[in-house]
Write a protein that binds this ligand. Sequence first.
Ligand SMILES: NC(=O)c1ccc[n+]([C@@H]2O[C@H](COP(=O)([O-])OP(=O)(O)OC[C@H]3O[C@@H](n4cnc5c(N)ncnc54)[C@H](OP(=O)(O)O)[C@@H]3O)[C@@H](O)[C@H]2O)c1
Length: 269
Amino acid sequence: MKKEFWNDSVVVITGASSGIGKALLEELVMYPCQLVLLARRAGDIAEPETKHKDCVLHRVTCDLSDPSSVQDAIEWTMKRVDRVDVLFNNAGITAHGRFDSLTMEVYQKTFATNFFGPIQFIRGLLPLVLKAKGNIVTTSTVSALYGVPGRAAYSASKSALHAALESLRIESLLEGIGVSLVCVPYTDTALRTSGLTADGKVLAEAPAKGKRKSAKEVAQVLMEVAKDKEARLVTFNLSGKFLEWMRFFSPKFLEKILYKKLYNDFKTH
Ligand SMILES: NC(=O)c1ccc[n+]([C@@H]2O[C@H](COP(=O)([O-])OP(=O)(O)OC[C@H]3O[C@@H](n4cnc5c(N)ncnc54)[C@H](OP(=O)(O)O)[C@@H]3O)[C@@H](O)[C@H]2O)c1
């Protein structure tokens, strides 16, 4: 019988206290595996009601925007697990505001959380991922595929992450690891109440209009991607594919559409 992929695996989830990361946790606790759960509020992560008896949870309090906290989390993890089969690089924040209204502190905080922290963390745990010939699965966004209006800091931080992880993927071509970037569409989570306004206050915005995925649906896709070392850039739906292709075929047309579709988003910020 084929071994279930997740059985006996060591899985790291950043941003496991809310939204997509929490949904990953709720799916994965059904397997006999070890889960390393990172977040600033890791201490508040409750034991799920239904859980496999041999699933072990390790909670690690970590602020990705603070290099010393990230270093502590790396050392803590390395003392407790001897390999990493899947690293879900999932934690992140959004920042809403026009290019010229976002303060430099907001650009820096967004990059600290979405780029420098994840890079430091992945870099630190890379020996354990290499040892397992594991997978690094990043929860990214279609906003990483093109600079989206009203999201300069968010788009830039996520697309910088794409570039760095693509470099890693090529450099480790012969090492047997997977590095994938999953561009998630609008999903029902706390993202719009946990991010930053242009001047650095906590965002309090209504959910995006139109169709949204549930965190569970997204978690299930991320888990499938984690099984596929050939997965590179994954988009979910037509709007993701549209952005992916139009940036090459007709950026002018794409920019007009983004201007019109997101006008209210950036004119009001
Ligand atoms: N929701 C969407 O529509 C959507 C679309 C595309 C991509 N995404 C991406 O999905 C990922 C997960 O976000 P979500 O939608 O699930 O939002 P969420 O509900 O706000 O969850 C974000 C998670 O990231 C953690 N986090 C934030 N800042 C952190 C920091 N400084 N250090 C450590 N952990 C931190 C949070 O934990 P603590 O607050 O406890 O630290 C939380 O667990 C993000 O990378 C986001 O960019 C979301």
